[in-house]
Design a binder for this molecule. Sequence first.
Ligand code: DGL
Length: 267
Amino acid sequence: VTDRSSLAIGFLDSGVGGLTVLREVAATLPHEHLIYFGDTARMPYGEKSSAEVLRYSVENAKFLMQKHPLKLLVIACNTAAAHSQHQLPLHCPFPVIGVIEAGVESVVRETTGQQIAVLGTRSTIRSGIYEREILKRLPKANVTSIACPLLAPLVEEHFINHEATKLIIREYLAPLKHQKIDTLLLGCTHYPLLRHLIADELNKDIVIVDSAKSCAEKIEILFKNNDLSRFDSKTIGQQTFYVSDDPQRFSLSAKSYLGFAPNIALA
Ligand code: DGL
């Protein structure tokens, strides 16, 4: 009988962005084995149709499952989660957690006045999933969704503290100036790296929810409640990375997320 607790946690993303999620999970559960797939050959997902992103996500999940036995799959990309979070569990004989459900649960906990803003890629915002999931739990909430298609590419280009990025964030957040929001959700994996710039454009008392952090907290609770934590809690877990194109470029970008340039294998 395989001991499920010793199996790996799989992460799916379109590229490097999902490393914000992996980083939080590694900090919260350092003894777990983590295996990550970044679909760099087909990114960005943020501009693609629902059917296309769903097809990629199923293929990527199958790739990870065939590489390693998993005990959990994390959809570490908001755009992938927007289009596949209901279908992927049908393909996986283990739990599947998406960044969207984790982020929504945190927003519901944090909001004081149910005035909520969500930032995401065009494809995520167009799917309407955040409004639907928030309104399911808070039917009276007022949700403002803003598509920010330029932000993920700016992070990919390492324009993290750049004047151009500040201007673009100001432009995207301008509609919020006339609204009294109390909570803002970072609904794209790249945005935690721009959190400080986003915060600069907002009222100090607005709570910013980072779905990467929420996801790590949700996994910690799931593992505790289901005895899924790795028993060998003396050794640090292994981290394995695959991409579908250009491992060198991925390794360099990964440095700004992880603090070190990991070894990457081509899938
Ligand atoms: N990782 C994606 C997300 O969280 C953004 C990057 C992309 O467009 O592929 O929405």
